[in-house]
Write a protein that binds this ligand. Structure first.
Ligand SMILES: Nc1ncnc2c1ncn2[C@@H]1O[C@H](COP(=O)(O)OP(=O)(O)OP(=O)(O)O)[C@@H](O)[C@H]1O
Ligand SMILES: [Mg+2]
Length: 445
C-alpha cells in the first residue's frame, strides 16, 4: 500500500519506507510541513516510487521489513543507475539491532534511531537533501563544463585547421604570384631583346655582302694601282689588310652565331613565361624543361666550390601534349630546384676535387609509356632522403630546410598540378645518400 501523504512539487520529496503504519504516521507528522512525502510499506512498492518522476530527494528506510529487509532494498536502489544517487537514511528502533557498519556498507548515508527526535530528524534530513542537491548541481555543472570544454576544443581545432589552410593558401598565392611575376619579367625581357636582335639578325647578311663587295673593290683597285707605289704598300701593311680579309668574315659569322643564341634564349624566356594560360594547349615538354634549365643556369653552372652540374638529357621521341605549359614549367622548376639543393647538401664538407671526381649530375629522361602516356624522369645523385622524409614530401608545408630557404610547398604544388590539373601521377624513389628520382606520368590529352 502506498500513502501519498502530501505532494507539493515545489518542496523536496521524501520517500518513507516502513512496514509499520504507525512509524509512517509519526514521520509524516514531523516532515509534512517542509517536504512532499510519499510512503511505501514494502520493498517492491518502494522501488516503484523511487523511479517515479519527480524522483524522491531522499529515502528514509526501515531496516526490519518482512519480505525484503532495509539492507537488501538499499542495495537494490543503489544498483540501479536511475536511483543510485538518492541518499538513504536508515531508521531502527533502539531495541532492534541496527548494524551501522552494514548500513553504510550497503550505501546508506546516515541512520536515525527510534524513538524519533523531531529536531534531529529535521536537521539530518535537511542536511542530506542539501548535500544531495549540491552534488546534483555540481554534477550538472560538470557535465555542462565538459560539454563547453569539448565545444571549445572543437572550435580551437577548427580554428587551427582554418589558420593552417589560410597560411597554406597565402604561401601558395605568394608562390603563384612569384611565378607569375617571374613570367612577366621574362616576357618583358624577351620582348625587349626581340627588337634589337631582330635588327642585328636582319642586318648581318647585308653586312656580309657589303664586306665581300668592299674586298672585291679593294682587290680591283690594287690591280689597277701601280704596284711600286711604296706609300700604298706601307698603308696596306699598317692596316694588315690580309689579316682583316681573313678575320672579318669569321667575325661576322661569330656575330651571327651569337645573335642566334640570343634568339634562342629569348625564345626560351618566352616559353617559360607562358604562365597565365587559362586553358590547355599543345606544348613540347622538352621546350618547357629546356627553358626552365636556362632560368636555373646560374645555379647549375660551376663556381669556386664545385664544378658545373652535369645535366644529362635523355630525351625520347615524345609528341606534344595538351597541358597548361606555365604550370608544368613550375613543376619542372620545383623539381630541378630541389635536385640542385639536394646536390648542394651532398656537397657539404667536400672539396672541389672530390666533387669533380664524382660529379654532381641531374639526369632528365623523357619517353612514351604505352600510346597515351608521356613520362618525365628527373634524377639527381644528391643527398637522397630518409624513409620518414620520403613519406612526407608531398605534405603541404613539410620541409627539412631552413625557414629562410624552404616553404615546403614545392612538392605539394607539383603534385597538385600533375594530379589535379593534368590527371597524371608523380612518384618518388629515393635512398639516403644515393640520390632521388621523381617520375611524372602525364596523359597526352
Ligand atoms: N631531390 C630531392 N632530394 C632530397 N630531398 C628532397 C628532394 N626533393 C624534395 N626533397 C625533400 O622534400 C622536402 C619538401 O620539398 P618541397 O620542394 O616541397 O619543399 P622545400 O624544397 O623544402 O621548400 P620550397 O617550398 O622552397 O620548395 C624538402 O625539404 C626535402 O627534404
Ligand atoms: Mg623545393
Amino acid at each position: 500500500m502506498t500513502t501519498h501523504a502530501q505532494t507539493n512539487p515545489a518542496k523536496s520529496k521524501v520517500l518513507i519506507v516502513d512496514d509499520d503504519p504507525q512509524n509512517i504516521y509519526i514521520l509524516l507528522e514531523i516532515l509534512k510541513n517542509d517536504y512532499a512525502i510519499v510512503a511505501a510499506k514494502n520493498g517492491t512498492k518502494a522501488l516503484d516510487l523511487a523511479i517515479q518522476t519527480p524522483q524522491p530527494d531522499l529515502i528514509v528506510l526501515d531496516v526490519m521489513m518482512p519480505d525484503m529487509d532495509g539492507y537488501a532494498l538499499c542495495q537494490a536502489i543503489k544498483s540501479r543507475p536511475e536511483t543510485q544517487d538518492i541518499p538513504i537514511i536508515f531508521i531502527s528502533a533502539l531495541d532492534r539491532a541496527l548494524d551501522k557498519v552494514k548500513a553504510f556498507d550497503v550505501g546508506g548515508i546516515d541512520y536515525i534511531t527510534k524513538p524519533f527526535q523531531r529536531e534531529e530528524i529535521l536537521v539530518r534530513i535537511a542536511t542530506h537533501i542539501e548535500i544531495y542537491h549540491l552534488r546534483q548541481r555540481l554534477y550538472h555543472q560538470t557535465i555542462q563544463l565538459t560539454e563547453k570544454n569539448q565545444k571549445l576544443i572543437r572550435i580551437n581545432q577548427d580554428l587551427q585547421a582554418q589558420y593552417h589552410q589560410i597560411k597554406t593558401t597565402q604561401l601558395k598565392l605568394i608562390q603563384a604570384e612569384k611565378m607569375a611575376s617571374l613570367g612577366e619579367l621574362m616576357a618583358g625581357i624577351a620582348h625587349e631583346i626581340n627588337n634589337p636582335t631582330g635588327f642585328i639578325k636582319a642586318n648581318i647578311n647585308p653586312a656580309r655582302t657589303y664586306v665581300q663587295k668592299l674586298f672585291g673593290l679593294i682587290n680591283f683597285l690594287l690591280q689597277e694601282c701601280p704596284s711600286n707605289a711604296t706609300h700604298i704598300q706601307d698603308e696596306l701593311e699598317a692596316v694588315d689588310l690580309e689579316f682583316i680579309r681573313e678575320d672579318l668574315p669569321q667575325l661576322i659569322n661569330s656575330m651571327d652565331l651569337g645573335i642566334d643564341r640570343i634568339c634562342k634564349v629569348s625564345n626560351s624566356l618566352r616559353t617559360f613565361s607562358r604562365y597565365d594560360q587559362d586553358h590547355k594547349v599543345e606544348f613540347k615538354l622538352h621546350d618547357g624543361i629546356d627553358s626552365t634549365l636556362l632560368i636555373l643556369k646560374h645555379r647549375t653552372q660551376g663556381n669556386k666550390d664545385r664544378p658545373a652540374i652535369d645535366i644529362v638529357k635523355n630525351y625520347g621521341n615524345i609528341p606534344e601534349i595538351y597541358c597548361f605549359p606555365g604550370q608544368l614549367n613550375q613543376v619542372f622548376m620545383n623539381l630541378l630546384a630541389n635536385a640542385i639543393e639536394a646536390l648542394d647538401e651532398a656537397n657539404q664538407g667536400k672539396s672541389f676535387d672530390e666533387i669533380k671526381a664524382n660529379p654532381n649530375r641531374i639526369t632528365i629522361e623523357t619517353k612514351m609509356v604505352g600510346d597515351e602516356q608521356v613520362q618525365v624522369g628527373i634524377q639527381d645523385n644528391g643527398c637522397g632522403m630518409k624513409p620518414e622524409v620520403k613519406t612526407r614530401i608531398f605534405d603541404q608545408g613539410f620541409t627539412t630546410k631552413d625557414v629562410s630557404k624552404g616553404t615546403g610547398l614545392g612538392m605539394a604544388i607539383a603534385k597538385q598540378i600533375v594530379t589535379e590539373k593534368h590527371g597524371g601521377t608523380i612518384t618518388c624513389k629515393s635512398e639516403l645518400g644515393e640520390g632521388t628520382e621523381f617520375i611524372i606520368s602525364l596523359p597526352m590529352k
